[in-house]
Design a protein around this ligand. Structure first.
Ligand SMILES: Nc1ncnc2c1ncn2[C@@H]1O[C@H](COP(=O)(O)OP(=O)(O)OP(=O)(O)O)[C@@H](O)[C@H]1O
Length: 313
């Protein structure tokens, strides 16, 4: 059951921090049992210097009749870490998967809206999905290395994309890139802070690595195809505190060169590593999006404050 709220009003409203802001359009629905606080457009608009890497507009996702993501618009700045937080089932992973069209693989999913990567619509029917997922890579919750050697895990993508030639035919035509492969493997593993731990066993099966090492290998595998954006869906949730801290350091380091968007349940983690944070709440709505310090120190929305202080979620 849901309650409708009149959306016509445009009023001056007091924020939690006592500031008066003019509110424009207001949200239309809340779910029974939740606070009926209205979502204000101003809270969802994040102003930042520089250009957006990704621009999302009016994104909606349905799984059958379930409206999982509602009218999400959001600009994601270049070379920074954007955290997506919110209670279980609020649509964070759904949103993340929309950013490189991974939801296309889910039959029940229907997607409406626009996502632009530096001005190019990724939902264009003619978009090349292989190329798109090369530019926007993804790291999942559980490490999922291929049951192959560490080296092959890294070189798999570049070989598939034709950036590295290997094998008998390549040798016959004098186009064997074994040396180039070695450099790429080393570079990617160094970027993922794994090289020192595995340099003497590159031909060992990747499944013999620890969980934390496997996850850094998956990050190295993602980096090997030279992406621009890295999407991470709770990349440290299956790891112990030491492995988690290595992933956090790595994310911060990567954001100097890449645009990182990360879903996390761990609010301290979001506060530690992200530059800006988007808070989704039950019902698949983006409620507030701002500098991470602002979100954690003085959010505008009472519901966001309640969520962050552990009163619900
Ligand atoms: N493949 C799917 N088929 C049908 N419904 C789905 C599918 N994936 C997600 N949903 C539904 O969409 C809603 C949002 O789910 P989603 O996984 O995106 O949320 P989330 O915020 O990432 O949750 P969590 O933090 O628990 O991972 C939920 O109601 C979920 O049941």
């Amino acid at each position: 059951m849901s309650n409708s709220i009149n959306t016509e009003a445009s009023t001056d409203t007091q924020t939690n921090s006592g500031q008066t802001i003019e509110t424009d359009s207001l949200s239309t629905e809340t779910t029974a049992g939740e606070s009926d606080e209205r979502i204000r457009e101003a809270w969802r608009q994040y102003d930042f210097d520089g250009n957006a890497k990704l621009s999302v507009e009016d994104l909606n996702v349905w799984y059958g009749d379930d409206h999982a993501l509602k009218d999400v618009s959001m600009e994601i700045p270049k070379k920074s870490v954007t955290a997506l937080i919110g209670p279980s089932g609020c649509g964070k992973s759904t949103y993340l998967r929309c950013l490189n069209r991974m939801n296309d693989r889910i039959k029940a999913a229907r997607i409406d809206g626009s996502v632009e990567l530096e001005g190019t619509e990724i939902y264009d029917p003619n978009a090349n999905l292989v190329e798109l997922r090369k530019r926007i890579g993804m790291v999942f919750q559980s490490p999922n290395p291929f049951p192959k050697s560490i080296r092959e895990n890294i070189s798999y993508g570049p070989r598939k994309h034709g950036d590295i030639n290997k094998g008998l035919l390549a040798r016959l035509f004098g186009r064997d890139d074994t040396a180039k492969e070695g450099e790429l493997v080393e570079h990617s593993l160094k970027q993922a802070a794994l090289w020192d731990e595995v340099s003497d066993r590159l031909d060992d099966n990747a499944l013999g690595l620890s969980g934390g090492q496997q996850q850094r290998l998956c990050i190295a595998r993602c980096l090997a195809v030279d992406p621009e954006v890295i999407l991470m869906d709770e990349p440290a949730s299956a790891l112990d505190p030491i492995a988690t801290s290595k992933i956090e350091d790595l994310v911060e380091e990567l954001s100097k060169e890449y645009t990182v968007v990360i879903v996390t349940h761990n609010m301290q983690q979001a506060a530690r590593i992200s530059d800006q944070t988007a808070v989704f709440l039950t019902g698949g709505e983006l409620v507030e999006y701002d500098d991470t310090d602002k979100i954690f120190e003085s959010p505008e929305s009472q519901r966001v404050e309640d969520y962050i202080t552990g009163k619900f979620g």
